[in-house]
Design a protein around this ligand. Sequence first.
Ligand code: ATP
Length: 438
Amino acid sequence: MSKIISLCKRRGFIFPSSEIYGGFGSGYDFGSLGVEMKNNIKKAWWDEMTKKQENIVGLDAAILMSPKVWQASGHLTAGFADELVECKSCHKRFKADEVKGKICPECGGELTKPRKFNLMMKTLVGPVEEEAATTYLRAETCQGIYVNFENILNSMRLKIPFGVAQIGKSFRNEITPGDFIYRTREFEQMEMQWFCHPKQAKKYFDFWKKERIKWYQNLGIKKENLRIREVAATERAHYAKQQIDIEYKFPFGWKEIEGIHNRGDWDLSNHSKYSGKDLRCFNEETKEKYFPYIIETSAGADRSFLAFFCDAYQEIPGGRTKTTKPTKEVEVLLKLDKKIAPIKVTVLPLVRNKFELVKKAKEVYQLLKPHFVCQYDELGSIGRRYRRQDEIGTIFCLTVDFESLKQDDLTIRNRDTMQQERVKIKDLIEVLKEKLED
Ligand code: ATP
C-alpha cells in the first residue's frame, strides 16, 4: 500500500487534503490524473446503468435535505449508529465487532462497554446561527431517489419494474477512517435503486448480483480478486432483508467495495408514513395497491478507484525490456483498462534537441488534444519517458522520429505488448479511436 500511496501522490492521482496545514482527518483530494480516472469510472458506471441496462433513468438530488427524511429513513434513530467501545486510557474508539476481548489494541488499556454513536454529520442551515435549522449532510445518496419516487415515476411515464441511478457525495462521521481512500468521511457513491413487485424481488436481487460482478470484471479486475459475501441477518443494515457484499482483495485484506441490498418496502412505506403521502403503486390489471420492493446496488466511486488501481499495479523487477546489461531497476506498469486509464495518448519527439521533431510532435499533440485525453512529453531519454507513461497507465505512446519527417507518420507503442507500428498522421485519429473503442 505504501508504494501505491506514494505513486498516487507523486504522479498526481491523489493528495492528502489540506496537506500544507498538516492534513485534515481522513480527507483526500484527487489530482489531475486522479480526477480523470475517477470521472472515467463514474462514466463507465453511468453508461452501464442508463445505456446498457433496460429501464433505468438518472437523478441528481441535493445533498442537504429536510431532516424529516433522516427520521423516516431510520438514520437518526435505531439503525445508523455503530456499536463502539472506547479505551479508558488513550480514548481511542473502535467498532465493537472489530475488537476481541476487553483490551485496547493500541495501548492495552481497558475498554468501555459498547455504545451507539451516530454517523450523520450535522450542519446548520440559515444565516442566523441561533435561528438556523439543524440538518444533516446525506449519509447515502439513495434517499434523494426515494423522496422523488413519485416525481420520477410520473414525469418519465415509467412502469414497475424500473431503476433510478445516481452518483454523488455522501458523508459519514466514521470512527475509524483509514486504509487510504478506502474509508473516508466524505466519499462518492454510485447507487442504483431498482423498484419491483415484492414477488420479483428475489429474482432481481440475483440478477443484479451477477450484473455487478460482471461490471468489475469487464473493466479488468481479476476474477480471483473478487468475491461475494452473504451477510448474515445479525450483521445486515437496518433496512436490509437480504444483503451481499462484493469484496475485493486489497493489500490490507478482503474488503467490501459494493453492497447489494433487498430493502423491501422499508423506505417507501416509512416515507409514506412520515410524509403523509401515499407512495404505493396501483396495478390496473389486478387492482392491487402495493409498495414496490427496492433492490439497491450501492458502489463506492473511491473504493472502486482503489480496487482498479491496486489490481492494475504491477512491479517488474529488472525492467520490461531485455538488454545485454540487465538493469536492477524495478519498473512499474499500471495496467488499467483503456476505459479507466486517465491518459489515453502521449506524444513524444524522439529527441528534444531537434527543432523539426519537436515542431512536428507538438502539431500532432494539438491535432489529438480535442479528441483524446492527451499529454506531450519531451523530457529525458525515450526509454525513461516510456517508463513514466507505463507507470501512469497511458495506453499509447506516439513517437515522432526522423522517419516521420519524411513519411508524415509516427510509431504507436502499445503499453501492454510494447509493440510498435507505424501509422500515417492523416489516419491517426481514426486508428486511435478504433483501438480505444470496445
Ligand atoms: P462499511 O461496512 O465498510 O462501513 P457499509 O456497509 O456501511 O460499508 P454501505 O452503506 O453499504 O457501506 O455503502 C455502500 C458503498 O458505499 C460501500 O460498499 C462503499 O463502496 C461506499 N462507502 C461506504 N462508506 C464509505 C466510506 N466511509 N468511505 C468510502 N466509501 C464508502
